[in-house]
Design a protein around this ligand. Structure first.
Ligand code: KIV
Ligand code: ZN
Length: 512
């Protein structure tokens, strides 16, 4: 029997970026978008172009780079927002504008201060404005989960007539229960006279841990697009996790009767990339992408799996891109082997200069670390990209002294706009001393909110990947750095975060 197509709409770059501290640079967004395209996501929501010039440029860069997925921009139901989205998406091979306005009584009265009739009028105008830029228009009645279903029917019927092809029903505050949310989708589809002219979509938040359950209940009731994010990233408790929705629909085709076009083997690389860039670690017991998701601890389970895998496994780890650490290159590998492996990993460096710089760093790493794994190559390229976004501060050298019974100290040299400056400090440990030494030069006044180290592969010669989260004046940024020396990785991560603090302009939040 022919299965229905379930559209996967990824909003990691938009709603995911609304997680405090998850803001991404333009280059980082393009890298994630390329991975989403490789994974065959149908629609990539690249951002909210009216939020700031930086957001506009990021959406534009994604629109220009992506060829095999539709690129979408979010816009409030305002002419100026829609115009910015239309302009940012001009270069896209396939573009969608997603416009929204709140429809719950509490949002209309307290936030918008608009009557229900004014909201319908504004929604219709917004869809018509968006249609001037593209015939692919999505409309969301924000806070639909708490909206009056009769009013939702009126709004949605009107926006379909105005030209919206996708109706996205958001559970904005994560309040719905699966049975109730599924029923809402069924009712809307049955009651709206022109419902057959649009695709029903859902966008669920995870405040009660039900985002995936609610999304799947909607699919069972006829929704044919799910909005989701890698690792479930998103505003507050996050959105429905893409990997869970995709694997549920794939593993239980008998229940859902629809299929996605996702290449599931790209799920793990996407999860690692998003976690590395945002600094949001994946909990070990997270479904599909957590480190323990396919690990069997109990003897009975291990015995069962060895005898017949399916006794305890409903999916294969390799189907979602888990692979054993693979030794790919070493000290004697040449430039061609390096380039070939990067291509196999789907990493594009863009230019010969970038390839040469990355190869030089690979050689440096190979001098320090005997076996180079795929994960090392990915970290190396991320580090290279982070170094390239350095505008103001660059690490030149670092010396730390740490000895039992002695107070750790650090001396650091950085280049600030090309000008070398040095600083020294003591600290509770070598990392603390290094951060204090950096602060003695830059005096940023930023507050350190998070410091975390992950080893990229196993072994004591593994590279450490450090995330540093800094906040200043209400802004939160994450910086990353990797190196076989974790104090050096830490200093790089600290400078990366400082550069982000300096480089980003203020941005508006779409829902405020
Ligand atoms: O959660 C929400 O309602 C949203 C809309 C903009 C779709 O993110
Ligand atoms: Zn949302």
């Amino acid at each position: 029997m022919k299965q229905d197509h379930l559209i996967i709409f990824d909003t990691t770059l938009r709603d995911g970026e609304q997680s405090p501290g998850a803001s991404m640079t333009r280059e980082e967004k393009v890298r994630i978008a390329r991975q989403l395209e490789r994974m065959r996501v149908d629609v990539i929501e690249a951002g909210f172009p009216a939020a700031s010039n930086g957001d506009f440029e990021s959406v534009k860069a994604v629109a220009d780079a992506i060829k095999d997925s539709t690129v979408c921009g979010l816009a409030r139901a305002l002419e100026r927002d829609i115009q910015r989205a239309g302009e940012a998406l001009r270069g896209a091979r396939s573009a969608r504008i997603h416009t929204f306005i709140a429809t719950s009584a509490i949002h209309m009265e307290k936030k918008l201060r608009m009557s229900p009739d004014q909201v319908i009028e504004q929604a219709v105008k917004a869809v018509k404005w968006a249609r001037q830029y593209t015939d692919n228009v999505e409309f969301s009645p924000e806070d639909a989960g708490r909206s009056d279903p009769d009013f939702l029917c009126r709004v949605l019927e009107a926006v379909i007539d105005a030209g919206a092809g996708t109706l996205n029903i958001p559970d904005t505050v994560g309040y719905s229960m699966p049975g109730q949310f599924g029923e809402l989708i069924r009712d809307l589809r049955n009651r709206i006279p022109n419902a057959d002219k649009a695709v029903f979509s859902v966008h669920c938040h995870n405040d009660l841990g039900l985002a995936v359950a609610n999304s799947l209940a909607a699919v069972l009731n006829g929704a044919r697009q799910v909005e989701c994010t890698i690792n479930g990233l998103g505003e507050r408790a996050g959105n429905a996790a893409l990997e869970e929705v995709v694997m549920a629909v794939r593993t239980r085709q008998d229940v859902f009767g629809c299929e996605t076009r996702i290449d599931a083997t790209q799920i793990m690389p996407a999860s690692r990339l998003v976690s590395g860039i945002t600094g949001f670690a994946v909990q070990p017991n997270k479904a599909i992408v957590g480190a323990n998701a396919f690990a069997h601890e109990s003897g009975i389970h291990q015995d069962g799996v060895l005898k017949h895998r399916e006794t305890y496994e409903i999916m294969r780890a390799e189907d979602v891109g888990w692979s054993a650490n693979k030794m790919v290159l070493g000290k004697h590998s040449g430039r061609n082997a390096f380039r070939t492996r990067l291509t196999e990993l789907g990493i594009e460096l863009g230019s010969e200069e970038a390839l040469n710089a990355a190869f030089a760093r690979f050689k440096e790493l190979a001098d320090k670390k005997h076996d180079i794994f795929d994960e090392d190559l990915q970290a190396l390229v991320s580090d290279e990209a982070a170094a390239n976004t350095l505008e103001l501060f660059k690490l030149v050298s670092l010396k730390v002294c740490s000895e039992t019974g002695e107070i750790p100290s650090a001396r650091v040299v950085i280049a600030e706009n090309g000008l070398e400056k040095d600083g020294s400090a003591i600290g509770g440990g070598p990392v603390d001393a290094a951060f204090r030494a950096l602060e003695s030069i830059v005096n940023s006044g930023a507050e350190l909110q998070l410091y975390s180290v992950n080893n990229i592969t196993t072994g004591t010669d593994a590279q450490g990947e450090v995330t540093v989260r800094l906040s200043k004046g209400g802004r939160i940024v994450n910086g990353q750095g990797s190196d076989t020396d974790i104090v050096v990785a830490s200093a790089k991560a600290y400078l990366h975060a400082l550069n982000k603090l300096h480089s980003k302009l203020e941005r508006a939040h779409p829902q405020v």
